[in-house]
Design a protein around this ligand. Structure first.
Ligand SMILES: NC(=O)c1ccc[n+]([C@@H]2O[C@H](COP(=O)([O-])OP(=O)(O)OC[C@H]3O[C@@H](n4cnc5c(N)ncnc54)[C@H](OP(=O)(O)O)[C@@H]3O)[C@@H](O)[C@H]2O)c1
Length: 303
């Protein structure tokens, strides 16, 4: 399966589908296995973060596939993220170097500021401006440790501010976008600024990991979506992903299941009509699966 690429504002290419690697619970080896399956199946884009505590395993999966000759490093697009307790300018490069060491990589393709909030290891708000953090991110590019830099979970005001002040403009803002959180306003602003919006939790309420929402899981139950899926011989998840891709938004679905990892990549050989896009778009509930509630009390909380 050939995945389509999108070009970032600095000319770097990013595959429109990547493998997400966050899980609340996991067995040892599960991330490595998911990464290995993904690369074998044609994924060239992997998303991780220091906060996921899986950098070694993800890096091991990547290294195994490179050593087996399945893929070359330069064919892969690897994203990592700076956690909230490492926002001081002089800590950024040091932190990235530690992540690269754990992943056994020489550089990262995309390094993101994970959240705009800055908090120390004891949970105290250090209120370090993300504009200061951004200077550290720019140093990472200058040192050749990150090819592109961006942010995650930044709201309209925050992304606009970083964009205005940056010497190296952010290439990406990664935030939650899915059929039940369509985010048109933030997506449009990012596009105006040539900052690529990337959708995390792209399957939103379809997730079986979130039974607390089962009662309102329109994506899993709505007959119209079922009808669209049947028409194209696809699953509801594939329709949800295709909807985002047709909006020009790359997706990073996570799965530990080989068949789903494969399914989530097979979203390029069909095209939803404008009417079908509208149907999916109308599932919007402005509901966040990832509200970052724990960060609400901090100065730079975005939502
Ligand atoms: N920047 C941030 O703050 C942030 C926040 C959240 C997430 N992320 C990134 O985005 C990635 C994706 O988000 P997410 O993991 O929250 O949610 P998601 O990818 O939307 O959903 C993952 C869940 O959906 C299930 N699933 C996967 N493919 C499926 C399919 N084809 N059909 C039915 N169910 C399917 C998975 O189950 P199985 O694994 O059992 O197959 C898993 O329970 C993360 O892994 C992480 O890399 C970033």
């Amino acid at each position: 399966m050939k995945v389509k690429n999108v070009t970032l504002n600095n000319g770097q290419e990013m595959p429109m589908v990547g493998l997400g690697t966050y899980a609340r619970k996991s067995q040892p080896g599960q991330f490595r296995q998911a990464v290995e399956w993904a690369i074998e199946l044609g994924y060239r884009h992997i998303d991780t973060a220091a906060a996921y505590k899986n950098e070694e395993e993800v890096g091991e999966g990547i290294a195994n596939k490179i050593n087996e000759g399945v893929v070359k490093r330069e064919d892969l697009f690897i994203t990592n993220k700076l956690w909230n307790d490492c926002h001081a300018q002089d800590v950024v490069v040091k932190t990235l170097k530690e992540s690269l060491r754990k992943m056994k990589l020489d550089y990262i393709d995309l390094y993101l500021v994970h959240w705009p909030v800055s908090v120390n290891a004891n949970g105290v708000d250090t209120a370090i401006s993300y504009l200061e953090t951004w200077k550290g991110m720019e140093e990472a590019v200058k040192l050749g440790l990150a090819k592109s830099i961006g942010v995650s979970n930044f709201n309209e005001k925050q992304i606009q501010e970083v964009h205005n002040k940056a010497v190296i403009k952010p290439a990406v803002n990664q935030f939650e976008i899915n059929p039940t959180l369509t985010q048109h306003q933030l997506v449009n602003l990012c596009k105006q600024l040539s900052v690529l919006p990337v959708a995390y939790t792209p399957l939103g309420l379809i997730s079986e990991a979130r039974p607390e929402f089962a009662g309102i899981d329109v994506i899993k139950t709505d007959p119209k979506l079922g009808g669209i899926a049947t028409k194209y011989g696809k699953t509801r998840a594939q329709i949800a992903l295709r909807y985002l891709i047709q909006r020009g938004i790359p997706v990073i679905p996570k799965s530990f299941t080989k068949s789903r990892i494969e399914e989530n990549l097979n979203v390029f050989e069909f095209h939803l009509t404008d009417e079908e896009i509208d149907i999916v778009d109308n599932y919007n509930l402005n509901h966040r699966c990832v509200p970052g509630k724990g960060f609400e009390k901090y100065e730079y909380y975005p939502y």
